[in-house]
Design a protein around this ligand. Structure first.
Ligand code: HEM
Length: 353
C-alpha cells in the first residue's frame, strides 16, 4: 500500500474519483457506439471501461467501509453517513454485477444485437444516477459538515450544569432529545423510571481529568440483579453522549436505547474487557458487534442509533459498528449489573434525523 499524506483522513477520498470518472466515460463511449454503429472502438472501449469501473466501485466500497469506521462525525452528519453507506452498497452490487454482464455479453457476441446493446446502455446510464446520488451524499458529508477534515472539530457536546437547580432530572431540549447533568443524589429518581434494585445513588467528587477537576458527579450503586434506569422520552434515532467512570465497578454497564421495556431494547455494553453492541428480545441477547475495550478511567462515550446502523465510540474513536433490523422508537437510559459504583458525569441525547 502506498503511504497516505499525513493530512488525509483515509484512502477513500483518493479512490472515489476513479469509479465516478471511469463509469461516466464508459457510458459516453456506449452512447457514441450506438450512434456510430459501424465503429468497433467505442463498443470495445465501453466494455473495458465498465469492467474497470466495476473494479473501481469495488475499491470505493471497501475503502468506504474502512473510512466510516475511522471518522468521528458531527451530529448532523450521522444520518448522511448511514444513507451514503447504504447507497455505496447498492453502487457496489449494481456496477459489480453490471461489469460482469458487460464482459460476458461482449465475449459471447450478444452485443451485436442492437436492441440488447441499447437496453444495456440505458441501464448503465440509470446506474450513473445512483452513482451520482451516492457521491453527492459523500461530498455533502465532507463539504457541508467537514467529515474527515482536520480543521473541523466534531467533538462531543459539553454539558454544563443546569442554571436552574430545581431541574434535578433530565431536561427536554428544544431541538428534541434531552440532557441530564446530575446535581442531586436522589431527587432525579422521581423523574426517571427505575426497573430493578438501585441500592444507592450519591454525589461525589469526580476527580481530575487531564489536570482539570471534573467537579461533582453521580455515583450509581446497583443492588442484587440488574437495574435499568431510563427517561421516558421515546426516540427512533439517537446520538447518546455520556461521560462515565467504571473504576469502582465490577460488572456490565449498558447504554440502552430504542427501549420498549426492561426486556426489549438495543444496547451497547461495556463488560469483560469488551464493548458489545446488540439487541435484547424478550431477554434473549443477540450481539451485532464486539471489540476488545478497556473501560478504566473516565471516558466520553457516544452511541449512535440510526435505523439499521449502530455505531459506538469512546473518546471520539469508533469501537463497535453493528447492523441489524431497523430499531423501533423507544426510550434511552443505562442498565447496570454487578458490584460497586458507576460514576456518571452527564448524559445527553439528540435525534440524528
Ligand atoms: C461504492 C461507492 C462509493 C462512492 C462512489 C463514494 C463516494 C464518495 C465521495 C465522492 C465522497 C466525498 C469525497 C471527497 O470529497 O473527496 C465520499 C466520502 C465518504 N464516504 Fe463514500 N463512496 C462510496 C462508498 C462508501 C461506503 C460503502 C461508505 C461507508 C460504509 C463510505 C463512507 C464515506 C465516508 C466516511 C466519507 C467521508 C470522507 C472520508 O472520511 O473518507 N463511502 N464518498
Amino acid at each position: 500500500m502506498f503511504p497516505l499524506p499525513e493530512w488525509a483522513p483515509n484512502v477513500h477520498p483518493l479512490i472515489v474519483h476513479f469509479p465516478i470518472g471511469i463509469l461516466f466515460t464508459a457510458a459516453l463511449f456506449d452512447l457514441v457506439g450506438l450512434v456510430l454503429r459501424q465503429q468497433d472502438f467505442p463498443r470495445r472501449a465501453a466494455m473495458m471501461l465498465y469492467a474497470l469501473g466495476g473494479i473501481a466501485a469495488t475499491a470505493a466500497y471497501f475503502t468506504g467501509e474502512a473510512a466510516a469506521d475511522s471518522v468521528f462525525l458531527p451530529t448532523e452528519a450521522n444520518a448522511l453517513l448511514t444513507e451514503h453507506s447504504d447507497l455505496g452498497h447498492y453502487v457496489f452490487y449494481f456496477f459489480g454485477g453490471y461489469a460482469v454482464v458487460r464482459v460476458i455479453t461482449f465475449f459471447a457476441g450478444l452485443e451485436r444485437m442492437f436492441l440488447l446493446r441499447a437496453a444495456m446502455a440505458v441501464l448503465g446510464v440509470a446506474g450513473l444516477g445512483l452513482l451520482t446520488y451516492t457521491a453527492d451524499h459523500g461530498a455533502e458529508m465532507v463539504f457541508r459538515y467537514g467529515v474527515g477534515v482536520q480543521a473541523v472539530d466534531a467533538g462531543p457536546a459539553v454539558v454544563a450544569a443546569p442554571s436552574d437547580s430545581s431541574q434535578v432530572g433530565p431536561q427536554v431540549l428544544d431541538a428534541g432529545g434531552w440532557m441530564w447533568k446530575p446535581t442531586r443524589a436522589a431527587a432525579w429518581r422521581q423523574h426517571m423510571v427505575i426497573d430493578g434494585n438501585l441500592a444507592s445513588s450519591s454525589m461525589r467528587d469526580g476527580g481530575e481529568q487531564d489536570g482539570a477537576p471534573r467537579g461533582d458527579v453521580l455515583g450509581l450503586t446497583p443492588g442484587a440483579g440488574p437495574v435499568t434506569i431510563w427517561f421516558e422520552h421515546p426516540m427512533e434515532t439517537a446520538q447518546i453522549d455520556a461521560a462515565l467512570n467504571l473504576d469502582s465497578f465490577d460488572g456490565s454497564v449498558m447504554f440502552v436505547h430504542n427501549l420498549i421495556d426492561a426486556q426489549n431494547y438495543h444496547f451497547t455494553v461495556l463488560t469483560d474487557g469488551e464493548m458489545r453492541q446488540g439487541v435484547s428480545e424478550n431477554r434473549d441477547l443477540y450481539v451485532m458487534d464486539a471489540k476488545p475495550y478497556d473501560a478504566s478511567d473516565w471516558h466520553s462515550y457516544r452511541v449512535v442509533s440510526d435505523r439499521t446502523h449502530f455505531r459506538a465510540y469512546a473518546d471520539e474513536a469508533l469501537v463497535t459498528h453493528g447492523h441489524g433490523d431497523a430499531a423501533p422508537s423507544g426510550h434511552i437510559g443505562l442498565r447496570l449489573s454487578g458490584e460497586g459504583t458507576v460514576l456518571v458525569d452527564f448524559m445527553q441525547v439528540v435525534p440524528v434525523r
